[in-house]
Design a protein around this ligand. Structure first.
Ligand code: ASP
Length: 439
């Protein structure tokens, strides 16, 4: 039977979808009125700017609130937990390597698809101009910051990662120094005496839990915010943007399917000699649970049970790799983050060069590690990524209505990649563990 929180989350997902439909309908009706009565154009623009947009801004503002503490607490926590890993030797090394490789390949697939299809470019130039016009002040703000952004060279690279004033960098939403600071603090945390480490870990867990609550508040507002943002966009731009949005959804789902059935099957075949078809048949309960809950954490009990009972993964590997994976290994989320950033960059005509995209790949891996295994957890991190690449974060309004649907899909990949990792690691470390005399 689904848990109460799963039911609440399902209800919320349905309401967000209804919010999107209602916003679309309202936007279309108002737009048709404006087409018939062009004199009302100014009033319609006022309505979009002064009524619909502020509601959307409250939602975005709540997410902005949590970005810095959430990134810091979750990344530092992740590293402190990884510190434990280093003591676990080969099991830990392989697990971590596979996690990073899975996420990096996921993002690379997403970025390649987005570069080839370029759904964000499919907006008519006039619609694009209007969209850019609507967010001109934010865009100007990020452009000013982009202009003062140092170009890449060794000295500038150090300055980018380690500015004199960390707080100033954070205020300007540069997440690189924040990420580095969190990684270093986490590394230092692993060297604290046990009692202190536990206290730091406990404190960070509380901060992460508090921030997650704030994300919950934002999500409760989401149905209304999505309705308002959709209505505002359609009222100003017409239905023009639905086509690129649909193509974007297809790109993301295609990327997820490719990574899930392509890369994962390949890894299974090469490292475990398991048949991918049998593997996917065995884990279908996991996939369905991940899809319906949109939460790696909520799927964890099912993953452990199925991995042990149907895939024969040892208790120690399953108990080690799967909980860690539900927290750190987010291949689907990483892929999605890369796609969203590129899509919104394309819509807003913000060029992302090859080196920019490589940086995006690295940052998306790191920020995916910081994403909690709960529904919608990647939204604040995506906002931080957008701000980091000088892309108007308001652009996230474009994908909010379809986020939940894609959340279901990306969670499936997140969890499947954990189980594949568990199978590979188990296959490799088991002979060592089972060798007579070994622990
Ligand atoms: N819902 C995802 C998970 O639990 C996280 C996210 O991408 O929002 O794995």
């Amino acid at each position: 039977m689904p848990s109460q929180s799963a039911q609440t989350s399902d209800r919320l997902a349905a309401r967000i979808l209804w919010g999107m439909v209602a916003g679309l309908a309202l936007g279309i009706i108002l737009r048709m009125i404006v087409i018939r009565h062009p004199a009302l154009d100014t009033a319609a623009n006022w309505l979009a700017r002064e009524a619909f947009d502020p509601l959307g801004q409250v939602f975005l503002g709540l997410l902005f609130f949590v970005v810095v503490p959430l990134v810091f607490a979750s990344l530092t926590l992740g590293i402190i937990q990884l510190g434990r890993l280093s003591r676990l030797g080969p099991l830990a090394g392989r697990t971590f390597l596979l996690f990073v490789a899975n996420m990096a390949v996921g993002i690379a697939i997403g970025l390649i698809i987005m570069n080839v299809v370029r759904p964000g470019d499919r907006l008519a130039p006039s619609t694009k101009t209007q969209l850019i016009e609507n967010t001109r002040s934010e865009a100007e703000d990020v452009q000013t910051r982009a202009a003062t952004q140092p170009r890449l060279g060794p000295a500038q690279l150090v300055e980018t990662f380690m500015p004199r004033n960390l707080l100033k960098a954070i205020v300007e939403f540069q997440i690189l120094p924040l990420i580095l600071f969190a990684l270093l603090t986490g590394a230092a945390g692993t060297q604290l005496p046990e009692a202190h480490r536990c206290r730091v870990q406990g404190g960070l867990e509380i901060v992460a839990a508090l921030m997650t609550r704030l994300v919950d508040y934002a999500m409760r507002l989401a149905p209304y915010a999505v309705a308002a943002l959709m209505a505002s966009l359609v009222l100003r731009l017409g239905l023009e943007l639905l086509r690129p949005l649909l193509i974007f959804v297809l790109c993301v789902v295609g990327g997820i399917a490719l990574h899930l059935f392509g890369t994962m099957s390949l890894l299974l075949k090469i490292f475990t000699r398991r048949s991918p078809i049998e593997f996917f048949a065995a884990i279908r309960t996991i996939l369905v649970t991940a899809f319906s809950t949109s939460s790696s954490n909520a799927t964890l009990p099912t993953s452990i049970k199925v991995a042990r009972e149907r895939l024969g993964v040892s208790a120690s590997t399953a108990g080690f790799v799967l909980p860690l994976g539900a927290t750190l290994n987010m291949s689907g989320t990483a892929l999605y983050e890369g796609c969203v950033v590129l899509f919104i960059a394309q819509v807003y005509d913000v060029p992302l060069t090859l080196s920019g995209q490589i940086m995006l790949l690295i940052l998306a891996v790191l920020s995916a590690v910081a994403v909690a295994g709960i529904p919608g957890a990647s939204l604040p991190l995506i906002i931080a990524l957008l701000a980091n690449f000088q892309i108007p974060p308001e652009g996230i309004g474009l994908i909010l209505g379809i986020d939940r649907l894609l959340d279901m899909a990306r969670t499936v990949l997140n969890v499947a990649a954990d189980v594949v990792t568990a199978c590979i690691v188990d296959q490799q470390v088991r002979p060592a563990i089972e060798r007579p005399g070994s622990a």
